[in-house]
Design a protein around this ligand. Structure first.
Ligand SMILES: C[S@@+](CC[C@H](N)C(=O)[O-])C[C@H]1O[C@@H](n2cnc3c(N)ncnc32)[C@H](O)[C@@H]1O
Length: 269
């Protein structure tokens, strides 16, 4: 497998994105002898292994495809899911706002289908750790399968627990809650976070956001921010460049805050 290496050739074990002329795409892990059957004909993995990324090729029916490495956006969109996942536009911003980089220790709840878990795991690897809490066993199983299939499961510790019972970790760098009533778990979140640590949450309605702000203030959090990202996609046709007809107008409100400690005493000379 050479996913981690910066090689210019597609190798056995690599994740590949095959994009058809109609932009319909497939993500496969390249395996010698394997075949992909599409609505546009069959593709043999053997024909792709050892080929430079970015090569055009055709299915056995002569339909043109492009061989590419999948982006994180592609991987998130392709995840098997039974819960609402966080959209890629919000995922990328969460990493930046919460300073989630290589080596960080991060807690999240709930795991859901593992969309955020994937992005956190990629960001903190190889030396960091993601502690992912989920109350429903079937969701944890799905997320574990998703993460293992993408080769980042080893960075994640999956925990089956109602977070009302608290987190095991202390002094973590960042903690993210993606569940309907985050205000119920702020004492537990504050105990897990290092002083000044990053708290984040995503909520679909403004009344939930109001409630969370009030609870954050009471629970010892400061520097509270509420933000919303709107993403407009365009039809990338040079002769008639214009926005797509449809747009996802709302995903969720992002709430960020910092764990704040006691005020330091002023020392008299
Ligand atoms: C919207 S999903 C999370 C989606 C996930 N962030 C993703 O990107 O795929 C919310 C999850 O939180 C879980 N959950 C709700 N309350 C919980 C609690 N008290 N403790 C742990 N997990 C909880 C639910 O079972 C559900 O799977």
């Amino acid at each position: 497998m050479n996913d981690e290496q910066n090689t210019s050739l597609a190798g056995p074990g690599d994740l590949a994105l095959l994009v058809g002329r109609d932009r319909k795409s497939f993500i496969v892990r390249l395996e010698p002898g394997a075949k992909l059957h599409t609505h546009r004909g069959m593709v043999s993995h053997d024909d792709l292994i050892g080929v430079p990324w970015g090569t055009r090729f055709t299915s056995h029916k002569g339909y043109p495809f492009l061989l590419l490495r999948p982006s994180t956006d592609d991987l998130v969109r392709d995840l098997k899911r039974t819960t609402q996942i966080i959209y890629p536009k919000d995922l990328g911003y969460i990493l930046m706002k919460m300073r989630i980089v290589t080596g960080c220790r991060v807690v999240e709840a709930g795991t859901g289908s593992g969309g955020l878990t994937l992005v956190l795991a990629q960001a903190v690897a190889p030396t960091g750790r993601v502690y992912s809490y989920e109350v429903r066993p079937e969701m944890q199983r799905l997320a574990r399968r998703n993460l293992d299939a993408l080769g980042v499961g080893s960075v994640v510790e999956f925990k089956l627990r109602d977070i009302g019972l608290g987190f095991d970790e202390r002094n973590v760098d960042a903690l993210f809650l993606d569940l309907p009533t985050p205000w119920d778990y702020l004492t537990q979140a504050r105990q897990a976070l290092v002083g000044g640590g990053f708290f984040g949450s995503i909520l679909p309605t403004t009344n939930q956001v109001s409630r969370l702000i009030g609870a954050l203030e009471e629970a010892g959090f400061g520097f509270i921010e509420v933000e919303e990202l709107l993403l407009r996609q365009y039809k990338a046709v040079s002769a008639r460049l214009r926005p797509m007809d449809r747009m996802v107008a709302h995903t969720g409100y992002l709430i960020f805050a910092r764990a704040v400690g006691r005020q330091t005493e002023h020392t008299e000379e």
